[in-house]
Design a protein around this ligand. Structure first.
Ligand code: HMG
Ligand code: MG
Length: 316
């Protein structure tokens, strides 16, 4: 009898999970912004094309930020030109912190943008060179003009589950910032566990707090970095609270150059394995995704940290 590892999980539908989940792929942006070396633009474009071909409908492609802040993504304009239609539309967001970034993104033909705030003052200063209040004011015209231009807009809040400089972050403090960002007119809120310290009870408490403050789970995405191995458990908790959008990064790439304790996001393959097994539709072809991660790992010169990629591609 063969002892080959199964390529798919045994499907046993879970009764307390949704029928389908939207995966919001952040590998090309969150993943590649944190690489020590700059990935050539044609490799980035190929990465995005492969992700789209594997069935990922929503892909955050890059950031329009000063090259001095994130040199790894300084080729945003070239990337979008290379991608053509594959990089356009409401399912291809890019990060923009300010009006200059929005102008460049609009000129590149994007159909969706994401602003990115912080629940804590220290990270707002380190990541945006602003206070929390100043960053909200920086985003205000960005969101307004983006909506006036017909774009889809996401608002991230970072450090929702702990901050490496400030320690614990009260859920009320996160909700205060989230409410201010959503009042700007964003379509979706993404809760960033930037350093991966969140745990399941904490996820429930924050979602309950946001619900009480008028931001229901139907407008929320969750963004867990997997530093402490909690990302998948936290994601499942969020799904049981009604969240239907989950951020993940193919191969588990990721981190934030302005938060050194941040490591990769929840690996998309680990998420797809868990959801496939539970009978939750994602539209993603797991084998094609694993093949893409192996291909990308060869380009980056190191193996993917994803357990599922290791199991499916690593052999014995
Ligand atoms: P600043 O230095 O205060 O900017 O940075 P400034 O407004 O003073 O401008 C400085 C120079 O940059 C000027 O040029 C501007 O024109 C230019 P100069 O006059 O000196 O020649 N400039 C720009 N150039 C290109 N594109 C732009 C742009 N804006 C200004 N958009 C700023 C303020 C907000 C720009 C900066 O702090 C910044 O870009 N920060 C972003 C850092 C970043 O990208 N971090 C990673 C993403 S966030 C993340 O990973 C977390 C997340 O995944 C969720 C989670 O995990 O929690 C989303
Ligand atoms: Mg992140």
């Amino acid at each position: 009898m063969s002892t080959a590892r199964p390529a798919l999980p045994q499907r046993e539908p879970a009764t307390d999970l949704p029928e389908s989940v939207t995966i919001y792929e952040v590998g090309p942006r969150d993943g590649l912004q944190n690489e020590k070396t700059v990935v050539p633009v044609e490799v980035k474009a190929e990465f995005v094309r492969r992700l789209a071909a594997a069935g990922l409908e929503t892909i955050e492609t890059t950031s329009f930020v000063p090259p001095s802040w994130v040199p790894q993504l300084a080729d945003a304009r070239e990337l979008l030109a290379d991608l053509g239609d594959v990089g356009r539309g409401a399912r291809r967001p890019v990060l923009v912190p300010n009006e200059r970034g929005l102008d460049d993104a609009l000129a590149a033909g994007v159909g969706a943008v994401a602003v990115f705030g912080s629940a804590t003052e220290t990270f707002a200063r380190k990541n945006l060179n602003r206070t929390v209040a100043e960053s909200v004011e920086m985003f205000r015209p960005v969101v307004r003009r983006a909506k006036d231009s017909g774009l889809w807009v996401r608002a991230y809040v970072s450090m929702c589950f702990g901050d490496p400089w400030e320690g614990p972050v009260p859920v009320e403090q996160v909700a205060d910032v989230a409410v201010r960002l959503m009042e700007l007119g964003a379509d979706q809120l993404s809760l960033g566990d930037t350093i991966g310290t969140g745990t399941t009870g904490h996820v429930s408490r924050l979602l309950d707090e946001l619900d009480a403050r008028g931001i229901g789970a139907d407008r929320i995405g969750v963004h867990f970095h997997d530093t402490y191995g909690q990302a998948l458990a936290n994601t499942m908790t969020a799904l049981r609270h009604g969240v239907r959008v989950v951020d993940a990064s193919t191969g588990g790439l990721g981190g934030c150059p302005y938060a050194k304790s941040a490591t990769g996001n929840l690996a998309t393959e680990d998420l797809v394995w868990a959801l496939d097994g539970a009978g939750v539709a994602t539209g993603v072809d797991l084998a094609a995704l694993v093949e893409t991660s192996v291909w990308m790992a060869e380009r980056l010169g190191r193996p993917s940290p994803s357990r599922v990629v290791k199991a499916l591609a690593g052999g014995d």
